[in-house]
Design a protein around this ligand. Structure first.
Ligand code: GAL
Length: 634
């Protein structure tokens, strides 16, 4: 090799150094922004980092460190990317800032049962023990504000443990991070120790003196590289490539169906990013979402329900109108008419529908019925007798997770079975006070209390999947739940039939299809996110995706132009019921009445069962609730 060629090669290899291809990236475990899922770094902020680097022609080599170490500027050499980093006046010059991930909201949580009053002026109480994470600005701030009894640890999980053991009174945490810390905590403990978002209450939001979470480079990094990252970050944000989706579909079956959305969206050039809070019927999501709303920190898309929920949301924040798309894709022709109506508010399409799900199903373990030698019940009386007989034979006649929405699912089925369609409609759609407070309601409540004695409430792990598992494993004979249950059976290799599971319409409701339609709504808030939101809406409506998604979910597509042959027998039976019976909106799944009424009613039902309140007192509470609902909902 001659010298000139040799020098040329050296020069080339110096100007394009090997490490230029892979950027070393430091992060810490801050779900939902950055966390490991099956050994791979995931999360909203991680997706932002990966896309930024990719746009600029780099790859990411991401490593996780504890938060105090990650955010310490002197630890890291130059040319290193760090996220999610809190930017504040104290570290402004320590890093080169690439772009902002999100604002932050620090909230003080206490255990709900711990009802001591916490003063408005949070700085004035010194005796309260507050847990925070060492070296975080929140901790710094609390210290500056005069907190002497601050208890510092390394992780939120340690704090949750201390709160449960009453070693601290309050925990200071970013609300989104707290929700995920609860999930992680539950993975580490036994089912009987598991906790839920509802076990905690937000006492107050702390003033924060930082500008939120950022992606940054270490000081001294190559200015050209930094500039190219800043540019690609800006481009990514203005193009709206990332679609953050808030939902509660987190079990493995649900993950698999969401993969269809993810993949279809990726094909269109967008990245789906999860914002999940576990909890059936969106109960956990509802609690956590309030603080995002306060901070105007909306995701691009949110799981919700057809009907009044959409109106409720549209009164709280602006929703993207999908009218243009609905017209182009002829939604009014391809959707079932009742779905087409239930996704519009005052003539505007404000949601995209996913499915049609029957809620009045009774799931059964036939082997238990055979062992006891009784028939599968077809009337409410036969149901009552079967419950008594199964119990007398030593079986759990009914199973249910100890959650208000599951209790209410059973109640709405029972009310429909005992008192019929028009009474259901008067109570839950018209919210007619006379019906709600009638002897018929009292009678239903009494029967409900009677049957609830025989329910194994699974309070250790109240999730619906656990209750479904009890049917599959023969630990209980019957479960009243929507059609999403069957996929958890199929996942366990248990199929429909005498040796697997059976299902029938809840006795006495065979003429009705009690419906629960899942939808996604799109808060209108960020500039230029419209394209990405519309891309997701169109993915959800896409005929192929609708068919495959609903096959996995166990539901009926919201579109009518699907081939019924590709669905399993239970869905086919459900389709048949849809075609031949009266479709009523499910109250529990927010399809029938406004949220204020539903929430109040569920609480009253829960007090009735859990605190054994009298029927008379319960009816009085229902009256007060019903009379408080006024305005446009009447
Ligand atoms: C409902 C939803 C169903 C199912 C269920 C259990 O809110 O409509 O699709 O996911 O929760 O989580």
């Amino acid at each position: 090799m001659n010298w000139i060629v040799f020098l040329l090669l050296i020069t080339l290899s110096v100007s394009v150094p090997a490490e230029a291809e892979t950027m070393k990236v430091i992060t810490s475990d801050e779900p939902p922004y950055s966390y490991q899922r099956e050994g791979i770094q995931d999360g909203y902020a991680t997706a932002l980092v990966q896309t930024t680097l990719k746009e600029a022609g780099w790859k990411a080599d991401i490593e996780e460190y504890p938060f105090p170490r990650m955010q310490c500027p002197s630890v890291w050499p130059r040319n290193i990317m760090i996220y999610p980093l809190l930017r504040h006046s104290g570290n402004e010059d320590d890093f080169l800032w690439i772009g902002k991930i999100t604002d932050r909201q620090v909230t003080l949580f206490r255990r709900r049962e711990d009802t001591r009053v916490f003063p408005e002026d949070y700085g004035s109480t010194e005796s309260m023990r507050i847990g925070a994470i060492r070296d975080t600005p929140a901790a710094e701030q609390l210290r500056k504000d005069g907190y002497k009894s601050l208890e510092l640890v390394g992780t939120d999980i340690q704090n949750i443990r201390k709160l449960m053991l009453r070693r601290i009174d309050f925990l200071a945490c970013d609300e989104l991070i707290f929700a995920h810390a609860i999930e992680e905590f539950n993975h580490e403990v036994s089912a009987s120790e598991s906790i839920q978002m509802q076990d905690f209450e937000q006492v107050m939001t702390l003033p924060v003196n930082d500008d939120g979470y950022y992606i940054a480079m270490t000081q001294g990094s190559d200015p050209e590289t930094v500039k190219s990252f800043q540019e690609s970050f800006r481009k990514m944000i203005t193009q709206g490539t990332i679609v953050e989706v808030a939902h509660w579909w987190t079990n493995t079956v649900e993950e698999a169906m969401l993969a269809l959305y993810r993949d279809a969206l990726r094909e269109r050039g967008y990245i789906w990013n999860d914002y999940t809070v576990t909890g059936g019927a969106g109960t956990g999501m509802e609690l956590v979402f309030a603080s995002r709303e306060e901070a105007f920190n909306y995701p691009h898309a949110m799981q919700s329900y057809a009907g009044p929920s959409i109106r409720d949301a549209s009164l709280r924040f602006n929703l993207l109108s999908l009218n243009r798309m609905a017209e182009q894709e002829q939604w009014s022709k391809v959707l079932y008419p009742f779905v087409n109506n239930a996704i519009q508010v005052d003539g505007k399409y404000l949601a995209v529908p996913v499915n049609i799900q029957r809620v009045n199903w009774l799931w059964l373990n036939p082997r238990i019925f055979n062992a006891v030698g009784i028939e599968i019940p077809e009337t409410p009386e036969a149901f009552r007798n079967a419950v008594i007989a199964l119990n007398a034979a030593g079986y759990n006649a009914l199973v249910m997770g100890d959650e208000d929405w599951q209790i209410s699912t059973f109640f709405e089925n029972l009310l429909l079975a005992l008192e019929g369609e028009s009474f259901y409609t008067s109570c839950f759609i018209r919210m007619d006070t006379d019906s709600l407070c009638s002897e018929r309601m009292a009678r239903t409540l009494r029967e409900f209390r009677f049957l609830m004695q025989y329910v194994d409430r699974k309070s250790d792990d109240p999730s619906w999947t656990e209750a479904a598992g009890a049917i599959a494993e023969g630990h209980a004979a019957m479960y009243v739940m929507g059609d999403w249950v069957k996929n958890t059976f199929h996942k366990r290799g248990i199929s429909y039939g005498e040796n697997g599971y059976l299902c029938i319409a809840f006795p006495g409701t065979g003429e009705v299809f009690l419906n629960n339609t899942d939808v996604f709504i799109f808060p209108e808030h960020r500039e230029r996110s419209r394209e990405s939101q519309e891309a997701l809406a169109s993915v959800i409506m896409n005929p192929e995706v609708q068919e495959q998604f609903n096959r996995l979910k166990g539901s009926i597509p919201a579109r009518m132009d699907m081939n019924p042959d590709s669905f399993d027998n239970v869905t086919k039976a459900s389709m048949e019921a849809l075609a031949t019976s009266t479709v009523l909106p499910s109250f529990t799944y927010r399809q029938a009445s406004p949220e204020e009424f539903r929430k109040g009613f569920l609480r009253i039902l829960s007090d009735y069962i859990r605190s054994e309140e009298s029927v008379e007192k319960t009816i009085e509470k229902i009256r007060t609730l019903s009379e408080s609902i006024t305005g446009e909902y009447r």
